[in-house]
Structure formats: C-alpha cells, structure tokens
Design a protein around this ligand. Structure first.
Ligand code: ARG
Length: 425
C-alpha cells in the first residue's frame, strides 16, 4: 500500500504526484470504497479532504446520512449538490433527442452522469481551493475514462488520484482497514454485494453471478423494477407529450423534466418494464455483462423514437440512425467534451424542431409498446394511406412505371450475372 507513495513520475500528466497533494476533492458516495478512501487519503498524503456527493436522482439515498458520515470520517467540508435538473436538461434530454442507446440496449445513464459529476467536482475543487480530485473508479471500467478525461479537459491545473486503481486492497483488506479506522461497514463481512450505479435514467448491477455468462438472472438483482412475472395482470396505457423533442407532459399533465422522468420510471417499475441483460464492449477492451433496469428510458426513448419517425421523411429517418450511433458511442466512450458531439447535437436539434406530439405506450408485464400516435407534423395522410383509393398525390396507375425504373439496375445486373455464357458451368 505504501510503496506507491514514493514520489515517482505519474503514468499520465494529469495524475498527481504524492508530494503535490494538499487538499483533495473526493467524489464521495458513502459506500465502502470511498469511505476507506476518505480516511486513507488523509493518512497517506497528509492531505485535507473535501467530500462531494452528487444527487442525480439515485433512489433511496439519504444525503444527510452520507454527509454526516463524511464529516465524521474527518472531511474538512462535506457538500451535497442536487444536480438532477441539470442532469436531465443538459444530458438526458440531448440523449433522448439522439435516441441514444449503446450496444443492444444500454441507454447510457452512467455514461451521461459521469461527465456532469466530474464537471461539478471541478467547480467545487476550484471553489474550495483543492489541488486534486479523487474518485473511486477501478482501472478496469469506463468510468475512470469519463472522469479523468473530464477533469483533464476542463481543468488542466487540477490533478487526479484514483486510489482504488492503485492500492492493492481487496474487499477483505478494505473491511479490515475500515474496522481499524472506525469506518462503519454496512452488512458485515459477507460476500461482496452487487456493484450498483444508478441515477434518474437507470440502474446497473455488476459482479457476483452476473459474471457467469451462462447464469440466468437471479431475482434478487431486481431492486428497482418489479419482476415482469409479478407485474399487474391489467395493462396500463401512458401518454407522453413532446415539444420539439423534449418530453413535457405525462398522461396529459404538464410536468418539469425531473418529475416527468420520475413519473415515467414509476409506471415502468410497476409493470416490470426496462430490464436489459447486456454484454458490453467496454472502451478498455473488456467485454462485461451488466444487468440494467431502465424503466424511464424504455418508455421515453420508445415514445420519442416513434414520434420522430412519424414527423421525418424516410431519408431523414434513415440518415439520423448513423449519427445516433456516433453520438451514443462518443458518450459511452467518455468523449462528452469532444466537439464532434456538439456538431451532432446541432443536427439532433434541427431534426427535433418538428418532434412535437403525443405518443401512447401500453405497459404490460415487461413490455412497453406504442399504441397511439398524434402530431401536427406527421408526414402522414390518412387518405393516401388507405389501401384501395387513388387520388390526390397518389396514383396507383403510376406505380408499375415506378417499379420498372426502380428495379432497372438490379434486373440488368441479375441478367448479366446469371446469363448462360459459353464459359458457364
Ligand atoms: N457498463 C456501464 C458503463 O460503462 C455501467 C457502468 C456502471 N458503473 C459502475 N461504477 N458500477 O457505462
């Protein structure tokens, strides 16, 4: 543990040398890792610690308790920042406009939260005279990339330490250290619990049996969403109203974005909506399995994508998909501050100017299915869409001519490739 503290050249320019750490802003969750860190940083660096806890709407958190624990462990200051509004407005809403999903179903809640958490840490570090930001990320995940990357980008004068990445303590050693230093340990010494991360946009669980690919989910992992098997036998239809791509109404009631997300989550939770069992390509090379519970995202992304497709032309809809893919990848990959993301956002904004209307979604035992659609900008003409009629902008007599030209190149190529020639077998 102590050998790493000999002053040495850090592996990257933004990392702190042990001898330059005086006052540290610690991203503090109140859990075991960051509580051990809070003490350990004071001891090992002889530094002061400002504890910072950020509320992104993680359910069931008692921030007074977390704050009190930080002060009790010797923090010179302990702050709780409610960033729910900013998170929704500046991170989740752009993700909705980009229909942002990574891989086969990860709506990026953690990836969206980390740049904001790190940005707030930069603000608080500057305000409280800290030279260093500390976080509890391991060296195997994406979160270290998102946090270190944000600090290095926004605040080149600040340094980073990530003790969990460096120290050689396993869970048992951490518990022993905690006991020794009077750090309360919840739940004693039994096997490690799931590793959880959550906010308003979703929740992830990792570890335990989740690491065995052949192991089907055990019920106790679902701490947020009702198991679909236990969801009500009655379906429920909820409506989401959008204005220019932003969700503004839930079941006809106008709501602020934070409350709207909470209401959508509650409905999804009731009906077992938003369970995703996901294998993910991390940017640090690993493939890792996560169990996600994303009730709000499942409903709102489904509704938004549906409305957007209704108001866009076939060309707009097809093109946007490829940019959405880019957007989601950049954000997943910890490059929130990359200017390409802003370029992409400008495009997303432009498309979303038309995304106004209301979508009805039926929730039933784990599924969220669109059942009604309504928009003043729908590129839809009920009369044209009926099967038998000709008239107005559509002439059925014109269709055969269209087919002749539309298939012309394909037919020519087919003939060429399939012609029985002299050398043909
Ligand atoms: N695999 C997801 C991601 O990389 C979720 C990570 C959850 N983070 C955590 N510290 N448990 O974004």
């Amino acid at each position: 543990m102590t050998e790493m503290l000999q002053p040495h050249e850090p592996a990257a320019s933004y990392l702190a040398r042990p001898d330059e750490v005086r006052r540290v802003c610690l991203l503090y969750s109140g859990g075991l890792d960051t509580s051990v860190m809070l003490k350990w940083i004071q001891d090992q660096y002889d530094a002061e610690v400002v504890a910072l806890t950020i509320d992104l709407g993680q359910p069931g958190e008692d921030y007074d308790v977390v704050r009190g624990k930080a002060l009790q462990l010797g923090a010179v200051d302990a702050r709780v920042v409610d960033a729910r509004e900013e998170f929704c407005r500046d991170f989740v809403v752009p993700a909705i406009k980009a229909n942002a999903v990574y891989g086969l179903g990860y709506p990026l809640f953690t990836a969206l939260g980390r740049p904001l958490i790190a940005k707030i840490a930069v603000d608080v570090a500057r305000e409280t005279g800290c030279d260093t930001i500390a976080h509890g990320c391991t060296g195997k995940g994406n979160d270290q990339v998102r946090i270190d990357g944000t600090v290095a980008t926004l605040a080149p004068e600040l340094k980073v330490i990530a003790p969990v990445r460096d120290w050689k303590m396993g869970r048992d050693e951490e518990i022993a250290y905690a006991r020794e230093h009077g750090i309360p340990v919840k739940g004693g010494t039994e096997a490690a619990p799931y590793s959880i991360d959550d906010n308003l946009w979703g929740r992830s669980s990792e570890g335990k049996w989740i690491e065995e690919l052949g192991h089907a989910p055990e019920d106790d992992v679902f701490q947020l969403v009702t198991r679909p098997e236990e969801a009500p036998d009655e379906a429920e239809v909820v409506t989401i109203g959008f204005e220019e791509g932003v969700p503004v109404a839930f079941n006809g009631e106008r709501l602020g974005i934070v409350e709207l997300l909470e209401r959508a989550a509650e409905a999804g939770i009731r009906h077992g909506v938003g369970i995703v069992d996901h294998i993910e390509d991390r940017i640090v090379g690993l493939k890792v399995r996560d169990i996600y519970e994303v009730p709000a995202a499942s409903i709102l992304l489904t509704a938004h994508a549906e409305l957007e497709r209704l108001v866009g032309t076939i060309h707009q809809n097809r093109f946007k998909r490829s940019l959405e893919e880019q957007w989601a990848y950049l954000v997943y990959a910890g490059l929130w501050w990359e200017p390409l993301r802003e370029d992409l956002d400008a495009f997303m904004e432009s498309v979303n100017r038309r995304v106004t209307g209301t979508i009805g979604v039926k929730l039933f035992k784990g599924s969220a299915r669109v059942v009604t659609r309504e928009s003043p900008h729908a590129v839809y003409d009920a009369q044209l869409a009926t099967f038998s009629e000709s008239g107005g902008l559509f002439s059925q007599q014109a269709s055969p001519g269209f087919i002749e030209l539309w298939t012309l190149q394909s037919r020519l190529a087919w003939r060429l490739h399939n012609a029985p020639g002299p050398g043909a077998e």
